[in-house]
Write a protein that binds this ligand. Structure first.
Ligand code: F0G
Length: 488
């Protein structure tokens, strides 16, 4: 296990395993249904793990969105929520948390992260001035930008595309390319530069503060705004403390303030950032606030709730403060690092260094026999659910969108993401994940491809339906039964 990810508690036996700094006080019973039922469930859900129901799922590693464990303090806060359409005290508590944690005084609430993306795209993107340079896209950010006639350009360094790497900051923006893009297209065609904390789709990889400073310098040189997607800011900051020597002795509060201080607009999914629901946009610039303000009542709700319930608003306020607690924020990245390191040691191709949000399996390598036209990451997600009951998420070409002419745009990476929501799973559950994935890796040739049978035009990965191209699921089950006998 990477030293950087271990807590400062030594085991006498020398083992380096993550140690939980919390206790479970509310628990939920799980089901592990037999493999035959899992095959039926896959057929019913179009071989798309989004369409499985939790009754058929053992460990839900689909996402951390809205599934991080809440703290006792968050639950307690929900009880003193102030119900009011306008002027709720819950809102003012949240506004204060935003000001104290993210250091921005103007706050616009929205119902979740993509709602913030919609508001920003609606306010700033036009056909003629809609080019958004970014470190990398996120599915919903891209969908909203293109919806309003804009387009994106992704500016990562080459190292970011290397699956196995030791680079500490694969989410860094390529500074020279950023300047070249601005010069080539003209600053007037660029409404803002988007930086995503812990770049989701390339394996939850952070950017460094130094890199953001350089982005800021370029932005200032050309008079451009920097928009920060802070949905995974807590973990990005935690990794900055571990990986960027200048910040080795900094606190979470200091790193977060440094990062948000370099950004003109900060938006986030509170489903991730604060282990709650909801989302928000904040800024210190009154002009920006005014440009966006009118869109909140139009799309979200009145300015003191933005589509959220007051209970969610209370949980979000407390969750924002808890983001500053290293003993909370460290749990998920430490468990991810444990899983990535153990699987890598056993030959399973994983994205390294371990990032945040989840462990990412490289389906392009593991399923090299499946062409990208048959969605190797989607096939791996379905196969892994079949043999384990564990639900991961496809992050590859199924999650990509077709271009304007309707052609497939194949993803740079074909990943199976196994999310590790904060403080939800135990180490023995992760050992089960490791065990079944090692078995699947040894039997990977039995996994076959998928084809679309129902393809929605927008964000197809959510509700799309696929089918296996052969009877490979039955063959995989036969091998599973031969090796595991009656075991579930
Ligand atoms: N930005 C990032 C970086 C995200 O990871 C997400 C959501 C969003 C924006 C959109 O926020 O879901 O609240 O509307 N990511 C989830 C995931 C869905 O599973 O990675 P939302």
């Amino acid at each position: 296990m990477n030293k950087e990810n271990t807590v400062k508690i030594k085991f006498y036996n020398g083992e380096t395993i993550p140690l939980e700094l919390h206790k479970a006080r509310v628990v939920q019973k799980l089901n592990l249904v037999p493999v035959e039922r899992r095959l039926e469930a896959l057929h019913e859900g179009g071989f798309n793990t989004f369409r499985l129901t939790t009754q058929d799922v053992f460990l839900d590693m689909l996402t951390d969105s809205g599934t991080n464990a809440m703290s006792d303090r968050q639950l307690a806060a929900m009880m003193h929520a102030d119900d009011a359409y306008a002027g709720s005290q819950s809102f003012f508590r949240l506004q204060q948390a935003v000001e104290e944690v993210l250091k921005k005084k103007y706050f616009l609430p929205v119902h979740q992260g993509r709602a913030a993306e919609n508001v920003l795209a609606k306010a700033y993107i036009t056909k003629n001035a809609g080019l958004i340079p970014m470190n990398y896209h996120f599915t919903t950010a891209l969908a909203h930008i293109t919806q309003y006639g804009g387009r994106i350009v992704e500016l990562l360094y080459d190292e970011a595309y290397c699956i196995a790497s030791a680079h500490p900051f694969k989410g860094n923006m390529h500074i020279e390319k950023l300047e070249a893009v601005i010069r080539e297209h003209g600053r007037e065609t660029i409404p803002f530069i988007r930086m995503e904390a812990s770049t989701n789709l390339i394996g939850g990889q952070p950017f460094s503060v130094q890199n953001l400073r350089e982005v800021r310098q370029i932005a200032d040189r050309y008079g451009l705004r920097v928009v920060l997607d802070a949905s995974l800011l807590g973990e990005n900051a935690w990794l900055v403390i571990r990986r960027e020597p200048e910040f080795a002795n900094a606190t979470m509060a200091e790193v977060i303030a440094e990062i948000t201080g370099l950004s003109d607009i900060v938006y986030f999914s509170a489903r991730k950032l604060s282990s709650s629901r909801g989302g928000g946009i904040c800024t210190n610039d009154l002009t920006i606030y005014r440009e966006l303000e009118a869109l909140i009542p139009l799309f979200e709700g009145f300015l003191t709730y933005g589509g959220m319930s007051v209970r969610e608003i209370e949980a979000m306020a407390v969750g924002l403060y808890e983001t500053l607690d290293e003993t909370m924020i460290c749990q998920s990245p430490q468990f991810i690092a444990w899983l990535v390191d153990s699987l890598t040691a056993k030959g399973v191709p994983m994205v390294t260094p371990p990032g945040v949000l989840g462990a990412h399996v490289d389906a392009m390598t593991m399923c090299a026999h499946i062409p990208q036209t048959q969605y190797p990451a989607g096939a791996l997600a379905a196969a892994f659910y079949l043999i384990s009951g564990v639900r991961g998420m496809e992050r590859g070409s199924v999650s990509s969108q077709r271009d304007a002419s309707g052609n497939e745009t194949y993803a740079d990476m074909e990943l199976l993401r196994l999310a590790v929501p904060r403080r939800v799973f135990t180490l023995s559950q992760l050992k089960y994940v490791e065990d079944r994935l090692v078995w699947l890796h040894e039997n990977r040739r039995l996994i076959g491809g998928l084809k679309f049978v129902y393809e929605p035009p927008v964000l197809r990965f959510f509700m799309g339906g696929l089918a296996p191209v052969s009877d490979w699921p039955e063959q995989l089950i036969a091998k599973f039964k031969a090796d595991f006998g009656d075991s579930l």
